[in-house]
Design a protein around this ligand. Structure first.
Ligand code: SAM
Length: 223
């Protein structure tokens, strides 16, 4: 039976890939990747070579049916993104849904993703949480921030470094300056950092230390 396997890839340290993921990548007849160069580099680091085909945000609608046809004519097809788990703020969802509609078995391997270590390491309650990914840049942003300011669960956001202080400023405006946040930067990399405190303090820190790299913002729920 044809199967699509979603394989999470490292978000920093290459040792984070699981033994099972390495084996599945080795055995796959077909690999689709967000950026074929990034995936070929990872595969070459793992010690083998593979033909890798593109599946990214710009072509996923256009090539969906041809990808489904290819999956149907193979045993095992793998989908990877550049880093982390496919489908989590990365291409994947459309293909997963189409596979299920076409009776194709879908399996997602457990593995790296930025949101879980950031959430757990923040020290905020992680028994219940809400993941919002990247907030909309313009339209709908204010409405979303107003709604989230009333959210009682811990909130997880993805953000880019050049928008961090602006985003913290908006959290201060809509949630209040004393709402506690944790900014998690460069997870699983050399300069991994957790900055915890009231949003006004964390914002001040990053105004004085402009951030680089990849960022997750964790916001304590309203209590
Ligand atoms: N699919 C990925 C996952 O499972 O986490 C997310 C991909 S999304 C395009 C990239 C965003 O994830 C970054 O802008 C950042 O917010 C977050 N991210 C990815 N790697 C990270 C890291 N090592 N440290 C902190 N945040 C990271």
């Amino acid at each position: 039976m044809p199967e699509l396997i979603l394989v999470p890839t490292p978000i920093g340290n290459l040792e984070d890939i699981t033994l099972r993921s390495v084996r599945i990548l080795k055995e796959a007849e077909l690999i689709f990747a967000e950026d074929t160069r990034v995936t070929k580099k990872l595969i070459s680091h793992l010690g083998f070579t593979k033909h890798v085909l593109p599946f990214h945000a710009h072509n996923e609608h256009k090539i969906l049916q041809s990808v489904i046809d290819k999956i149907l004519s193979n045993e095992t097809t793998v989908l990877v993104s550049d880093a982390g788990t496919p489908g989590i703020s990365d291409p994947g969802f459309l293909l997963i849904r189409a596979c299920i509609e076409n009776g194709i078995k879908v399996t997602c391997l457990p593995g790296p993703t930025a949101l879980i270590p950031a959430l757990v390491g923040s020290g905020f309650p992680c028994d219940r949480f809400c993941f919002e990914g990247f907030l909309p840049h313009k339209k709908g942003r204010q409405t979303k921030l107003i709604a989230l300011s009333q959210e009682e669960r811990t909130i997880v956001l993805y953000e880019s470094p050049h928008r961090l202080t602006k985003c913290l400023g908006q959290i201060e405006e809509y949630f209040g300056s004393e709402r506690r946040v944790c900014v998690v930067r460069e997870l699983s990399k050399i300069y991994e950092e957790y900055q915890r405190g009231e949003v006004k303090e964390v914002k001040l820190y990053y105004e004085n230390h402009p951030p680089k790299g990849e960022i997750v913002i964790i916001i304590e729920g309203k209590n």
